[in-house]
Every structure is written in C-alpha cells, then in structure tokens.
Design a protein around this ligand. Sequence first.
Ligand code: IFM
Length: 439
Amino acid sequence: MTYTRADFPEGFDFGVATSSYQIEGHGFGGAGPTHWDDFAATPSNVKNAENGRLACDHYHRFEADMDLVAGANFDCYRFSTSWARVMPDGFTVNPEGLDFYDRLTDAMLARGIKPCATLYHWELPSPIADRGGWRNRDIADWFADYTHAIMSRIGDRMHSVAPINEPWCVAWLSHFEGYHAPGLRDIRATARAMHHVLLAHGKAIQTMRGLGLSNLGAVFNLEWADPADDSLEAAEKAALYDGIYNRWFLGGVFKGEYPQNVLGGLEPYMPDGWQDDFGTIGTPVDWCGLNYYTRKLIAPSGGAWPGFKEVEGPLEKTLMGWEIYPEGLYNFLTRTAREYTGTLPLIVTENGLASPDVIENGAIEDPQRLAYIDAHMHSLQRALAEGVPLRGYYLWSLMDNYEWACGYEQRFGLVHVDFETLERTPKASYHALAKRLGR
Ligand code: IFM
C-alpha cells in the first residue's frame, strides 16, 4: 500500500528532520568545543574517530538544503540549534551563532517551510561537561539561560519548539551504556542525568512561556520491548526495559511520577529532593513528539540490575541492524494517547532507516526506505482511524549525516551526501515523496 498526502486529514503536517552537530559543520562560525568532539577524539568511541567538524557543511550550504526541503513538498523542517554554537563556553553568547540561526529561519520562511526547533540535540559545550554536565543539577538553569538567549532571537518565528531531543539517549545511552558522549557507565551518573534532563526540559518550557512562545512540545524516542520468550522472567525484563526507555520520561512529564520497576534500581542514586521537581517537569506542553525506529526482544541476563539483554529478532533489518516493526509505532501512538496524553496532539517527530545507498549512473535506488515509510504510514493510518490525535509525520533525515558513534557510514538521508565532495543527490525515495506530498 502506498500513501499520498490525500490519504491524511486536512492540515496534517509532513516534515523532515536533522540536527545541528550532525550536519552543520561544527568547525565554523565560532562554535565552541563539545563533549562529542572530546568523545570522538578518544580511541574506540566512534567509527573511524569521525566527528562533526565538517559534517555536511550545512553552515555554508543551508540555502540549497532548504531548497531540497521545499522541493520534496515538506511542510515542516525540524532542525536543532546548537548550545555550543550559540554559547561557545556554555554561558557567553556568540553573535555569529545567533546570526546563523536567524538566517536559517528566514531561509525556511522564504520558502513557506514551518520552522520546528529543538534546543538540544546532544552537543553539550565542553565547559558544561567539565562542570559535571547532566549530572549537575545546575544544568537545568544553564539550559534555561541558553533557551532564553536563542529563543529571544528566533522564537517569534518558530512554528514549534521542543527543548530536548530523546532524553533516553541523553541520559541512559550516554551515562549507563557509555555508547554516546560523555561515555560513562555509572549508575549514579545515570540516575542524576535521567532526572536532570527532565528538569531542564521543564525549565526551558517555563522560560519559553515567559517569552510568550506557544506550540511547545516534548520529544521522546520510544522503542517497543517484547519478551524474548514466554517466561515470566522475560516478561518482567521487557517491562523493565519499557520502563527505562519509554515510561520513565513519559511518566515524568505527563504523570508526575517515575515507574516503580525503574526506581527499584535507580532510587538509591537519585539526587536529593527529586520528588519535589515534578511541578517543573510537568509544566504543560502543547504537543508530544514520538521518535520511533524499532523494537527489541528482551531476555534476562543475570548479573547486576537491570539484568536484561537484547536478543536478535527474526524480522527484516535495516543497515543499523534494527528490526523493521511498524506495529510498534501503532502500539506507541495508541498507548501514549490512552495512558499519557489524552487529547494532546501527537507528532511522529522522527522515523526512518539507514540503508547502504550508492550512486549508480547518477541515481540512487533505495526501495527499502520507501517500503519502510509506507509500512509506518500504514500504522499512522490505523492510529488515525482509531481517533488518535496525530497531527504530523516527520522523516529522519533530510540528508545523510554524522550518525554519532557510527560515524558517516549509516546513511539515513532522503538525499545522498558524498562526504568527499559534499555533493547532494536526491535518492529515489526523495523523488517519490516529492510526488506523493505535492498538492
Ligand atoms: O541520527 C539519530 C538522531 O540524532 C536521533 N534519533 C535517531 C537518529 C538515528 O539513529
């Protein structure tokens, strides 16, 4: 089944997403060092020790890149602003950084594209990391100051804003699994980051309300967890994985509580007074964003808490090795509305896949991407038919970019980037979507 714009309700937004460090070229415009530069410079953390210093050179090519967004008939462009570009030392404003986002905003508006900003997509200024980064409670106030600086400049022209992309990655992946910067594997650091990331979210929302901004949201990455077998132990571990990955963050923001099964492991390491912060964390938002890619099969592993492991599943996989499971998107849309957000608008703020795309005779065929998109659009249709207040669907990503610890190998873009010449070539999926999203 293939879908076009006409299959979706009037006013439904189609968008495409990127993030600052993954595309801009962090070496330009007076941006300061980030913990991703430090992490990438440390052996074995990132494939080929690659970093975002040049990336896609979007800093100099953003006008042409906005032509690509408009050319595929997308309504929205979800981008992020870089704390370290706006405040290279974490605290002091860099006028060049503000000017860049000003130009980028105008480039979107000139093409009729709705600007959808995210304020933090992982490039923490190194001087903030030196002060403990997400482990330090003060980060919530520092982040609010940065929010004030950037949104005072461009906030009036934003269609929507969300403070933090994917709090699970910011906290768990980076402080417990050590897979992302700052590369820690420390349960106390994790518990603090899990809480402070939500406190910072709440303070940023309050700051933007103070500036008179509206259409503010929260963006979560959600991963469906199925037990690897029929045992009670596997079911419990899948529920714990779900708690850590999904319910902790949704629960904090929308219910003012953390799941008991996760507190069972993290509570001894939580910062003092965490129970008193839910008033700030739960500051009302106007929409909820869901980033969805895959599911995991979970089994007990023995050993220390949380005592689970991922087991390889049987479904077709993407280049990342992630199973393709569109059912999970349907599950999350219905469950989130039912258990957390009620009538609040939902937006799928990221969905997409990496594939081994190569140019042949000037063209790039990426049929797996289009099939993936259609299968997930089918899940959107099912959720809409059941009354889920879904308002938009954004693809990850506009163009191939820096896929963090995987370097430049994993190509998530609708547009191919040659990382030698930086030439952009739209893939077959881009051309197909441009037709389907046309009015
Ligand atoms: O590239 C990332 C992005 O930065 C956040 N969401 C998932 C994408 C694919 O891994």
